[in-house]
Unconditional design. Structure first.
Length: 239
């Protein structure tokens, strides 16, 4: 059966999360007077990313709430047992800098325009609807997606098959009719494939090394891959 819709990951797929995160934290460290607390900005950024990964994993596993993981990221980063209000305020100040750096990747809107006539579109994110819906609106592309499905709201996250199936249900389509595009080979592409979708790895860094996965290195390669549908023998890499 032909692909009728594309489900999208957001962060580091259509939205340049890594650049925004780094730029926002760099400015936040400066304004908080914390640049000297680390051996350099790069060390501080690495610590923030480690804290984010640690506590995001706890949230994804259902161990803590959205607000708790944010507060604990701040506490781990600073190494200080802040109260909830203090941690919330610190995170909000960081968030203002991070959001000021928000931007889509340059190839996002062109590919959405190119695919608009032939495919329906939705989002599946391991975040919260409150966070991602607002992000898409600020970035000016919320109206491109029929459905936005997020782990925090459905109670299951990628790479669990139930997460992908929930997003397919939101579109009213069978998994075999849907492609999923994301930047993580296992969480996104492999997880989608195991759930019966066409899983596409967006390998923007050109890492390669996963020949079993349909792979593209830029979004302008996606239309040709969708037309070929690599589950039926087309080349697995357009990079």
């Amino acid at each position: 059966m032909a692909i009728r819709a594309v489900l999208w990951d957001i962060d580091d797929t259509i939205f340049d999360y890594a650049t925004a995160d780094r730029a926002g934290m760099r400015r936040h460290l400066r304004d908080e007077g914390l640049t000297g607390a680390f051996s350099g900005v790069e060390q501080a950024l690495a610590r923030w990313q480690e804290a984010t990964a640690e506590h995001w994993a706890r949230f994804s596993a259902g161990e803590v709430s959205w607000d708790v993981q944010r507060r604990d990221r701040v506490r781990t980063f600073l190494g200080v047992p802040l109260g909830d209000e203090e941690a919330d305020a610190w995170f909000e100040r960081y968030l203002a800098h991070y959001e000021a750096a928000w931007a889509l990747f340059p190839d996002t809107v062109p590919v959405l325009d190119l695919l608009a006539g032939d495919y329906r579109h939705g989002v599946l994110s391991n975040s919260s609807l409150h966070n991602q819906d607002r992000k898409l609106r600020v970035l000016g592309v919320r109206d491109r997606f029929e459905a936005v499905v997020c782990a925090a709201d459905i109670g299951v996250s990628k790479p669990e098959a139930a997460a992908f199936h929930a997003a397919c249900d939101a579109l009213g389509l069978a998994p075999r009719e849907v492609a999923y595009v994301g930047d993580q080979p296992d969480i996104d592409a492999r997880g989608a494939a195991d759930a019966g979708l066409l899983g596409v790895w967006l390998d923007r860094l050109g890492l390669g090394g996963r020949p079993e996965l349909p792979r593209i290195t830029a979004l302008d390669q996606l239309p040709a891959l969708l037309r070929a549908d690599t589950r039926f023998g087309a080349p697995d890499s357009f990079g």
